[in-house]
Design a protein around this ligand. Structure first.
Ligand SMILES: [Mn+2]
Length: 645
């Protein structure tokens, strides 16, 4: 089974061609043009592709790779165009020699100073407005311990880098990394992948002055082949002007060279922890030294796809409070095939703070006419996202007391939404990621304990009275130590962030407050209670509001209700909307209970009673009950469900 799938995938990739083909043909073109006293025919298109291909092809084509190319105005060696007076032979020869000399000098400079050149380009070129001046200044002033910037002149020996860590014969390829390392090692660090975007994405256009970004990749004992492919895919598939630098944060891997050797690739920097810090503190460390105004966090076993960065940078450039992530495609952990993920998913979770991908709600799906439009998401998966650096700092970076991994994505997501920002998935951005079934590394305090500690800190700081549902869903968290959250609560107050109830109402109404199996009680609004009012002349059961009589403990029969998961019932009759359509104003009546009837399904959403199918809210009108558009400021929609206790 597996070889077939893999074979098919590879065949598809080969047919697709991709950047590899483009680059190769360009080099051939360049080499031939250099041998004859002529210059490249396509200086405009060549520039970008060559920049991207530069690190890989350096060794073989150092001469051809002479960097800055003269523009069209300096191509006198071409055949004279009709209407222009042909220059003399001597002139041609002199010009050609002059150009070749200049190109040679420039090429040498380019080769030696590629790293510097890149910085100059991003601050002096297209990204001048954002990336210029300030960050550059900071770079020069700071002294950063342990940061290693490569000496590109030494070159990067890709083959030697990979060969040093190959599997021994007979070794289990899954043991070290929880994916098939053998398959990963077989693949080129520059392998082409299928463009998995919606067909309308390639025609999108983006600002010409998008800000440059610092890409931050943290890792602990990552396989060299996947780490290198992550880095190379970024360099190969991103316009050079958008990548300020790639900061690798080596979280105390066994072999420091995994990271250090990669700094021989232009733009790649390495920051090594001298003890295990975990993903969260490592990212903060990377972010603190980042020179660009926008941060891009990336996992260490990814491959970015065509035009992955531009749509995300565009969203952040338009509004710096947006925190955006791509659609995360799947790289098979068994055969490394690159598979497109569904474009209709967003991040969700349950009360135990367990992350899950979920379908976007039906109403939103119906309303989505433009497949390139961003998808609002209650939470992000956490591994891959783009955020404005000043916004990241303003929001309080990360909770540095969280360990290793897990839970930090909830904490960040709640914080972003509740403190004035937003989270979205940009469907025209695709990044492949190797999803694994287990963590390949150890948690010093144990996997479960670390997750509990991190999610418990999240619940304690951000979930207000709703944290009780977290503890109900994750009873093992009760009584566990989680350190002090005082400074985080302080931070939340200082930023004047909204309540978790606001988050549930406005961002994630689909997360319903759990209702106990069967709970008898009253449904109260002010001093009135929901009550059944007997049959009308047509035999229908009437529903209305009446002054609450008795007490919540001992209500009269007409005001006593049973709440189950989805039904609100009284003596075998259930609250039912007369229409399941989303048109508001339809009457709510009592019907014989039928748990499978969509009209009878309700859920609690904060203090609303929401009809599950239409999404409308139960509202008390003077003489009847109806379903209306949910509005937090309408008192007639606010209900208290008081149980008998
Ligand atoms: Mn990962």
């Amino acid at each position: 089974m597996t070889p077939v799938t893999f074979g098919t995938a590879i065949r598809m990739l080969k047919e697709n061609g991709g950047p590899e083909r483009e680059v190769r043909s360009l080099h051939i073109e360049l080499l031939t043009t250099l041998q004859t006293p002529q210059w490249p025919q396509k200086p405009g298109t060549g520039a970008q592709t060559l920049d991207r291909a530069a690190p890989r092809e350096r060794k073989q084509t150092a001469g051809a790779e002479s960097g800055p190319r003269p523009g069209p105005e300096s191509t006198p060696a071409r055949a004279p165009t009709p209407g222009v007076r042909p220059p003399t032979m001597r002139k041609i020869r002199a010009n050609a020699i002059a150009i070749l000399t200049v190109a040679w000098i420039l090429g040498t400079f380019y080769y030696l100073w590629q790293d510097n050149r890149a910085h100059a380009a991003s601050s002096g070129g297209r990204g001048a407005k954002r990336a210029g001046g300030r960050p550059e200044q900071l770079r020069e002033d700071r002294t950063i311990p342990l940061i290693v910037t490569g000496t590109p002149s030494r070159g990067f020996d890709e083959k030697a880098y990979l060969a040093a860590k190959q599997l021994k014969p007979g070794e289990d390829p899954y043991r070290q990394h929880a994916f098939n390392q053998l398959e990963s090692d077989k693949l080129s660090p520059d392998r082409p992948i299928r463009d998995t975007r919606h067909y309308s994405c390639p025609s999108m256009s983006y600002s010409s002055d998008l800000p440059a970004t610092s890409v931050i990749i943290t890792f602990h004992n990552e396989a060299r082949s996947t780490l290198l492919r992550t880095v190379k895919s970024v360099l190969n598939r991103t316009p050079a002007s958008l990548i300020q630098e790639i900061i690798l944060v080596d979280d105390f891997s066994s072999d420091p060279e995994d990271c250090l050797l990669l700094t021989r690739i232009p733009k790649v920097k390495c920051l090594r922890n001298d003890r295990r810090e975990g993903l969260i503190r490592s990212r903060v460390r990377g972010a603190d030294v980042a020179a660009a105004a926008v941060l891009t966090f990336l996992d260490s076993h990814c491959e970015v796809n065509t035009e992955w960065l531009q749509p995300m940078l565009q969203r952040v450039k338009e509004d710096h409070t947006r925190v955006v992530s791509p659609i995360i495609d799947v790289i098979s952990l068994d055969n490394f095939a690159y598979l497109a993920a569904s474009a209709d998913l967003r991040g969700g979770f349950d009360w135990s703070l367990h992350f899950k991908w979920e379908q976007i709600p039906l109403e939103q799906k119906i309303a989505r006419t433009d497949p390139t439009k961003p998808i609002r998401t209650p939470v992000i998966a956490g591994g891959i996202f783009v955020i404005d650096k000043s916004w990241f700092n303003h929001l309080g970076k990360y909770d540095a007391q969280m360990d290793i991994w897990g839970g930090e994505n909830f904490e960040l997501s709640f914080r972003v939404w509740m403190c004035g920002g937003s989270l979205e998935i940009v469907p025209c951005s695709r990044v492949g990621h190797v999803f694994r079934k287990r963590h390949p590394y150890n948690f010093p305090e144990g996997n479960a304990l670390t997750y509990i500690r991190n999610t418990k800190r999240t619940a304690e700081v951000w979930m207000d009275e709703y944290k009780q549902y977290y503890y109900e869903a994750r009873p093992s968290a009760i009584g566990k130590a989680f350190g002090s959250v005082a400074t985080r609560i302080e931070q939340r107050k200082k930023m004047n962030c909204k309540s978790f109830r606001w988050y549930l109402d406005n961002v994630y109404p689909e997360l319903t407050v759990p209702v106990k199996e069967v709970l008898p009680g009253i449904i109260k609004q002010g001093t009135n209670c929901l009550e059944s009012q007997g049959q009308d002349t047509a035999g229908n059961f009437q529903l209305g509001m009446g002054i609450c009589r008795g007490s919540a403990k001992n209500p009269p029969a007409a005001q006593a209700w049973l709440f189950t998961d989805h039904l609100i019932q009284q003596q075998g009759k259930c609250l039912a909307a007369t229409s399941t359509s989303v048109s508001p104003g339809s009457l709510v009546v009592l019907q014989a209970c039928n748990p499978r009837e969509g009209r009878q399904r309700w859920r609690r959403k904060a203090s609303f009673i929401q009809h599950s199918v239409s999404g409308l809210c139960l509202e008390a009108k003077p003489a009847q009950l109806v379903t209306s558009k949910c509005q937090a400021d309408v008192p007639a929609q606010q209900w208290q469900l008081l149980p008998h206790t």
